[in-house]
Design a protein. Structure first.
Length: 188
């Protein structure tokens, strides 16, 4: 697969995650509004070295193995400020995760990031389907899946930082994604 590339959207620069990103993440990430709907593998309260340990011991080794693809999100207008993160992961149950710092939520930025990494998942990595679990209570994240053409394929309970919650499993197949992208291009 080679090195993970930088990606772009109209407003964002997505850079492959680096260990030095941990310092900025440690400031932005440990907020209830950011973590409450993340899988309960995230420790809470978040330790002072949580981002460093996660990147050093889990994310960067998974990237090196070719099992995960992680990007930091940065506004093109302020490329040194990390504002969030998005990742893709091999597996049958969960292929994408993301978080965005509170000051940047509600502006459509994550929708942009989701579009470009989903293109990468299907067009570069060549996977046939993308699956993403979401707590039903996480309406903002569910809207992103709706906007990107995903559909609910299962409902179950899962454990999150905030506790056990009803969860929808969202999915989209490569051919559905490509048809949707083609239809969007023709509308422009």
């Amino acid at each position: 697969m080679g090195a993970i590339p930088c990606l772009e959207t109209p407003r964002l620069a997505l850079r492959p995650l680096e260990l030095r990103d941990a310092a900025q993440v440690q400031v932005l990430f440990p907020q209830w509004a950011v973590v409450r709907y993340l899988a309960n593998v995230v420790p809470w309260p978040y330790p002072e070295d949580g981002a460093l340990v996660h990147y050093r011991d889990r994310a960067l080794p998974a990237m090196a193995r070719g099992d995960e693809w992680h990007w930091s999100l940065r506004l093109k207008t302020d490329p040194e400020q990390l504002i969030g993160s998005i990742c893709l992961m091999r597996g049958e149950e969960n292929n994408r995760g993301f978080w965005l710092g509170v000051p940047w939520q509600g502006q459509g930025l994550m929708t942009e990031a989701v579009e470009v990494v989903t293109d990468y998942w299907f067009d570069v990595l060549g996977f046939p389907v993308l699956r993403v679990p979401k707590a039903i209570a996480n309406t903002a994240s569910r809207r992103i899946s709706e906007k990107s053409g995903m559909r609910v394929v299962a409902v179950e309970d899962r454990d999150y930082v905030s506790g056990r919650l009803p969860t929808e499993i969202w999915a989209i197949r490569a051919e559905e994604w490509r048809a949707r992208r083609g239809a969007l291009r023709h509308k422009r």
